[in-house]
Design a protein around this ligand. Sequence first.
Ligand code: FMN
Length: 456
Amino acid sequence: MARRMPLLFSAFNMLAPSHHDHGQWVRDESGQRDYTRPEYWVDVARTLERARFDLLFFADVLAPYELHGGSRDAALRTGLQAPVLDAASILALLAFHTEHLGFAFTENVLQEPPYSFARRASTLDHLTGGRLGWNVVTGSIPGTGRNLGYGGLPEHADRYARAEEYLRVVYALWERSWEDDAVVRDRATGRYADPAKIHSINHSGEFYDVPGAHPSEPSPQRTPVLFTAGASDRFAQFAADHAEGVFSSIEVGDPAANVARLRAAAAAAGRDPASLKIISKFAFVLGSTEEEARRLDDELAETRSVESLLIKLSEGAKADLSVLGHQERISDILNKTGDELGGFRAQLERAPDHAWTLERYVRWHGRRHAVGTPEQIADAVEHWADVGVDGLNVHYLISPGSWEDFADHLTPELTRRGLMRAEYDPPGTTLRERLFGAGARLPASHPARRGALQPA
Ligand SMILES: Cc1cc2nc3c(=O)[nH]c(=O)nc-3n(C[C@H](O)[C@H](O)[C@H](O)COP(=O)(O)O)c2cc1C
């Protein structure tokens, strides 16, 4: 068998009862009910390190989904990404209990001013020893904008305009405010830093005014590894301009074409298209035989929440699908002439059988993960490598069981096939060095390194 380039393995999670497992927190073996307890997360992080994962990637939303049924009730009732805690708060603890694992957290640019965010990220990059990534998102839930005082979610173009300026500010603070030798720490003279080498960024823009200097001294990576997540063409351009890793719904429609679109956007932005790490979602149910795996998958299907699945389908379709009856046939739903289906119409048209009821379709949709022996799951991983993605954001179905299964059965098989790195780099390696095999700092070609400070 030909050796492959190792993929990047990221574990996708959230500080909430349910992320993409859609209600499996009810099961005896689910640890995710303990998402408020540090012991649980330390156990997850250590298991991921045993499985040789590159990254623990925390998604985040700042308000519950509210499209399905027109209120937050369904999300809260099912525990789907609500209630939710702040994942960034736990990263230093997890870094202390691990040696190699990287940590990415998601933060919406609407959430806090860039000046204080830059300090928080520098703090985490110091405390994780340079193992930090930031998933820059612009958000899609109206409650986020409402509760942060924006009077609702800003328009799409406005969100990206804010994100562009936000990045300009944090780049200036992280990359250009402190010169490399600004910290003197000279005990003989009692001089800690050389003020002449610490520069005000003098930013005055449409959304933000930050006249001063970065309040923190430079961290190992300065700028955390930059991820972003989204779907639109504007998103693809944003990712091409800024991101080192991109998380997108590659599996929707034509995966190879989705990968090609993102690489083309990177090329159009003047980058080596291969320098953008494209990450796709992945989940699995594993057994020692295919029959055992199928039986386990059937058991999980019994506790999967149809309502929780419909909340996410409503979000994806930008339509309130609670108006549809669970027992309506797909053919009847497709005969509706109004626009109440949004993007769900195109999705339903691709359903395997139009005689199915909505519930049957939703249950089928919730089972589109790999099921089988370790060899069969590794084949599915290999398929994604063939599609051309650089990594997988693996989401658990049962946590920590999915991670334990991965460590015990998939890591050996994926390593044997060359799909997973055979060993970690030495302790002290930053996340950027590990993912890109180059320096801890952003490459000199990145826009964060190119901008000049405005004159004082
Ligand atoms: C795969 C994927 C993951 C996402 N993860 C998050 C997330 O964790 N938090 C969040 O606020 N938004 C998340 N988003 C939403 C994006 O931030 C973005 O706002 C949304 O896709 C709308 O932007 P777009 O229309 O330009 O793609 C995600 C989107 C996608 C496609």
